[in-house]
Design a protein around this ligand. Structure first.
Ligand code: SAM
Length: 235
């Protein structure tokens, strides 16, 4: 298969990206179509749809070329990172053929130079190769009554607070408001490894746009965990 385009997103790294699309609606991405697929005729009519399915390659996951390179079991973060389920019962990034599927919002189609689809809520790292685009059909594909096994609802959210210096840095940026919103939405998912769920001294970093967002997990006065952004520095 030949990719039809590539993602440019708010996520320069894998770490911290929400585990499904739509969990951080403030995340912006563009799907830039590559020749010969960057023909505006190929997207004629697409602007009448609000959401798209993207088929893509988890290009940062190892290829599972040889039989010894793959495992039938994976450990979903939703089960705490310890319990194992079959890879085909999961949305793991480690899978045969490394194929991924994301439902994203289509915000704009820019055909001034080639074709650029502006997307909302994308869960893909910058550089992800896209194999195909299909419009989402809610009357056929929305199934609110469906059972969703070990992931029956969206993950719980953690409160996020920002140090005063972080607010100062954000206030100086032209995109400060949207970056603040993105930081809140991404960190509320608790990007730490699933087995780390308590307070920690350790400082983690999530790269968003051109900055490294440094945060720590701390207990509030009631003992509940919240994430505190201690600084944002150029990445
Ligand atoms: N919605 C897609 C699916 O179900 O196929 C992706 C789900 S997967 C659990 C989401 C995670 O994939 C993100 O949290 C991010 O860390 C990782 N990811 C995103 N783009 C990737 C890429 N190009 N290669 C490898 N991992 C990627």
């Amino acid at each position: 298969m030949t990719p039809i385009g590539v993602i440019e997103s708010d996520y320069p790294d894998k770490f911290g990206i929400p585990r499904q699309p739509g969990l951080a609606p403030a995340a912006r991405a563009s799907l830039v179509l590559t020749p010969p697929y960057d023909d505006p005729l190929a997207v004629r009519g697409l602007d009448t749809f609000s959401h798209l399915w993207l088929s893509f390659v988890f290009h940062l996951s190892p290829a599972q070329a040889a039989p010894e390179d793959w495992s039938p079991l994976v450990r979903p973060p939703r089960l705490g990172g310890n319990a194992r389920v079959g890879v085909f019962a999961s949305r793991s990034t480690h899978r045969p053929n490394r194929l991924g599927l994301s439902l994203v919002e289509l915000l704009e189609i820019d055909t001034r130079r080639g074709v650029r689809l502006v997307l909302g809520g994308c869960d893909l790292v910058s550089g992800t190769p896209i194999l195909d685009i299909k419009p989402y059909l809610p009357w056929a594909e929305a199934r609110p009554e469906a059972r969703a096994g070990f992931a029956p609802e969206a993950p719980p959210l953690l409160p996020v607070t920002l140090a005063p210096e972080v607010e100062t840095t954000l206030a100086e940026r032209a995109d400060g408001d949207s970056l603040r919103e993105l930081i809140h939405q991404v960190l509320a998912q608790d990007p730490r490894p699933a087995y780390r769920n308590g307070a920690e001294e350790r400082i983690y970093g999530v790269r968003l746009r051109d900055v490294d967002v440094r945060f720590r997990a701390e207990a509030d006065p009631a003992g509940d965990i919240r994430l505190r952004v201690v600084e944002i520095v150029p990445a």
